[in-house]
Ligand binder design. Structure first.
Ligand code: NPQ
Ligand code: MG
Length: 377
């Protein structure tokens, strides 16, 4: 955008919050009833940009936790941002590069700068990123349930609500049977599965059974850092393999594309270190002819708004894990809530910046711990 101006950050707030889920969420690695998250506020002039850190309560999905993110932000990233003077969103990656790892901590701050910069320029985050269109196709991610009948009831409810794409969480012992039951009842449903790294290469025969259900993709069956074994699996499967956990950066995306480890990629802003990195991965995949979609981390409306803007880029051709707000939370900390449109889409905010406003009373009610940092002088 030609009217992009750098911002001078004067103050940064970190809010560690905890929100109850509407329904417990179970993956191959863990069952949870609450989401912990860190909301980051970055002040420049009279404006405040917001970002969400999607690290977990513990090191289950990835190595990052609330504790590591707070430590790395407070001790290393926040001081760099406060001492940087004028910064553009595009500078944040370079500013944070001396800190190794911790992509979710970096993304939270970088995304807050993107929001601030877009607000200052008076345009939406979507416009800043180069996205198009007023809505994006979305689906719902359905956790593991205690029984097949409870799973079928939940899927029926999503379809009634209008979701046209469903993702089922799977693990060894909860795979072919639930997938067959859902496929049997809804032969035409757009369906995909996510193993969150619960399988090993010796399980290849049972994974190949999933090739017969017309799935859109099979997400991250193998080790959370593996690329090579996934390449061997993809060569043996008709269904596209999609990498999630293993893609930590544009460099990892390049490696995966080079050895054809996946025919599909899930982009999560937090996992890859921020919106700039997400944009580069999007472009790399587009050049390689690999479709992408926007993953979800059970974000509040702050992270959801950023995901919607990102998912409006042209190579996001599959529905995102960006459900309506009420799929996860009764009372989000930012407003307005996002609703599901009748065509299984969610509308992309068009107001300046993220297009959502944090409700300070709701934020305070959800806060476990908050810290404020200011420039010296
Ligand atoms: C995925 N998300 O695609 C993730 C997994 C996930 C919507 O399926 C706390 C922190 C809870 C991270 C639950 C979806 C989480 C989490 C699920 C990540 O693999
Ligand atoms: Mg996943």
């Amino acid at each position: 955008m030609s009217d992009r101006q750098p911002v001078v950050v004067s103050c940064i707030e970190l809010h560690h919050i905890r929100l109850p889920y509407v329904h417990p969420f179970e993956t191959s690695f863990r069952r949870e009833t609450h989401r912990e998250s860190i909301l980051v506020a970055v002040r420049g002039g009279d404006l405040i940009g917001w970002g969400e850190c999607v690290a977990g309560s513990g090191p289950w999905y990835s190595a990052e936790t609330m504790g590591t993110a707070l430590h790395v932000m407070a001790g290393y990233l926040v001081p760099r941002l406060l001492e940087a003077g004028a910064v553009a969103a595009h500078d944040c990656e370079r500013l944070f590069a001396p800190v190794r790892g911790h992509p979710m901590a970096k993304a939270a701050l970088e995304n807050a700068v993107w929001d601030l910069e877009a607000q200052q320029a008076g345009h939406s985050l979507q416009a800043a990123l180069g996205g198009r269109g007023d809505r994006v196709a979305v689906g719902v991610s359905q956790g593991i349930e205690p029984s097949i009948s409870e799973l079928l009831d939940r899927v029926a409810a999503w379809i009634d609500e209008g979701y046209a794409r469903v993702k089922l969480k799977i693990k060894p012992g909860w795979d072919v049977e639930p997938v067959a039951a859902v496929r049997d009842r809804w032969p035409d449903l757009a369906l995909q599965v996510d193993a969150n790294s619960a399988y090993v290469p010796e399980d290849t025969a049972s994974l190949k059974e999933l090739d017969h259900f017309g799935l859109l993709l099979i997400e991250q069956p193998f080790h959370h850092d593996d690329i090579v074994d996934h390449a061997a699996l993809q060569a043996e499967m008709r269904t596209p393999i999609c990498l999630d956990e293993s893609i930590h950066s544009p460099l990892h995306a390049g490696w995966a594309l080079k050895i054809r480890a996946c025919r599909n990629m899930n982009i999560k802003v937090g996992r890859v270190g921020g919106l700039s990195a997400a944009l580069r991965i999007h472009d790399m995949c587009r050049e390689a002819g690999v479709p992408v979609w926007c993953g979800g981390m059970l974000e509040t409306n702050v992270g959801r708004a950023a995901n919607l803007a990102l998912a409006s880029l042209p190579n996001f051709t599959l529905p995102g894990d960006i459900s309506a707000s009420r799929r996860y939370y009764h009372e989000d900390v930012a407003l307005p809530d996002f609703e599901l449109n009748a065509d299984s889409t969610v509308s992309v905010p068009q107001a300046p910046g993220l297009g959502v406003a944090v409700d300070r009373a709701r934020l305070a009610a959800a806060t476990l711990h908050a810290e404020t940092f200011r420039t010296r002088n």
